[in-house]
Design a protein around this ligand. Structure first.
Ligand code: AMP
Ligand code: MG
Length: 396
């Protein structure tokens, strides 16, 4: 059995970054990862830009009655140079005319018969200078950046469409368990609905990868072997749930070995998720990485968030940028056994307090519908007192 930090270290250091990239239309890039640095082809703003609707003039002239010599809408090149005692009416986003060094807000002026009086002086210049935000030739985003709406705006501004992004890894999902039926079926009294596969596919998609579901394998070595071979052949990474513990029907580790998967660890000192398996398959076409997650729904959920997700981001040349915040625990947290590091679902409320959630253990996935974070109780720790600062991994 190894510690969680070691397991994470092994997993992350095994990830060989995907070098294949593709060009994708800008509007399809949300959640994708940049495959190269992005350079701006222009200055932003591209010209000295008015930040207000108002009058462009000389700051030295504000005490005078100013003659309006031109109206400058956005998208129009000013034709006239501002001289002494002159101004041009200008709109937000329009190019500031030559000769002007400030824009007086329209709210601070009074216009009559082609002349303007400034009623309130001493305001800001209201001009955004050319290249204030970005310079032509600047690297505006770097390779490995996760594309969120703000990056999409920057990519659009610098004319990057289509966008070079890292190929999305295909993550195959396989469920094992003779008790499992698909969600559309009514289980008999001895059956369980397969929730892990659908949850894992959603987690994979949320991490910006492609999910591929291969179905339920009964706890039968031939069936597991056949379905595993297919998943390995058609994916970059395979996630399997169930069948990795010590039960009489947990055949997976042996079948993995027969399929060329070299297991790097088979047990981690964590709760939930102790029988988590990770292996590498070298020198064969198809998947290079294999994760075997214990079948209990919370184990599958948490192990994906804390182990598989960071791995997938590393594989894509990035890092998982989920927020961790320090916050105060609302109530005492106590447990009996301290031999493993434990992940607990919590709710971080708007006051910055961390509330625990009614949670019955690793089958109780419903608890996670009320959680927005996960905290860790370290190995050896029996109690965390109310008001202690804890690190919350935000998972929404
Ligand atoms: P296992 O790891 O195969 O021993 O399974 C542990 C527990 O998780 C058992 O109660 C299983 O019925 C349950 N389980 C296994 N696979 C799934 C699944 N795909 N969806 C929901 N529950 C599952
Ligand atoms: Mg099972």
């Amino acid at each position: 059995m190894i510690y969680f930090d070691e397991a994470l270290q092994i997993v992350l250091s095994s990830a060989v970054v995907i070098t294949e990239s593709e060009h994708v239309g800008l509007s399809m890039t949300l959640g994708r990862i940049l495959a190269s640095d992005i350079i701006s082809d222009i200055d932003i703003p591209p010209f000295d830009k008015s930040a207000m609707d108002g009058y462009a003039c000389r700051a030295a002239d504000l005490d005078r009655l100013l003659k309006v010599i031109e109206v400058i809408p956005a998208g129009y090149r000013p034709q006239k140079v501002i001289g002494q005692g002159e101004c041009s009416k200008i709109m937000t986003g329009a190019m500031v005319p030559e000769g002007a060094d400030c824009v007086v807000m329209v709210e601070h002026t009074q216009e009559e018969n082609g002349f303007v009086r400034v009623l309130k002086k001493g305001g800001p210049a209201n001009i955004s200078p050319r290249a204030e935000d970005l310079k032509q030739g600047d690297t505006v985003l770097s390779r490995g950046t996760i594309i969120t709406p703000a990056e999409i705006a920057v990519l659009a501004s610098v004319g990057c469409d289509p966008v070079p992004v890292v190929r999305r890894p295909v993550v195959g999902v396989l469920a094992t368990g003779s008790e499992l039926v698909e969600p559309c079926q009514k289980p008999t009294p001895v059956q369980i609905r397969n929730s892990n596969s659908y949850q894992l596919c959603a987690q994979i998609e949320r991490a910006g990868c492609v999910s591929c579901y291969f179905g339920i394998a009964e706890d039968n070595p031939q069936i597991i072997d056949r379905m595993l071979k297919q998943a390995l052949a058609e994916s970059d990474v395979v996630l399997l749930s169930g069948g990795v513990s010590m039960g009489d029907f947990d055949f997976v580790p042996e079948i993995l070995r027969q399929n060329g998967v070299s297991l790097k660890f088979e047990k981690v000192a964590i709760k939930p998720g102790k029988p988590t398996v990770f292996g590498i398959r070298d020198g064969r076409p198809g998947a290079r990485y294999f994760f075997g997650l214990p079948g209990n729904p919370v184990s599958t959920f948490v192990l994906f968030e804390v182990l598989v997700r960071p791995f997938l981001f590393k594989l894509m040349g990035s890092s998982d940028q989920r927020t961790r915040v320090m916050a105060r625990l609302k109530k005492d947290l106590r447990r009996k056994k301290t031999d493993r590091l434990e992940h607990i679902p919590v709710f971080l409320n708007a006051d910055g307090l961390v509330d625990t959630i009614d949670y019955h253990g690793s089958a109780h996935i419903h608890a996670y519908t009320r959680a927005n974070g996960i905290i860790v109780i370290p190995q050896g720790v029996e109690e965390i007192k109310a008001d202690s600062q804890v690190s919350v991994l935000l998972i929404n």
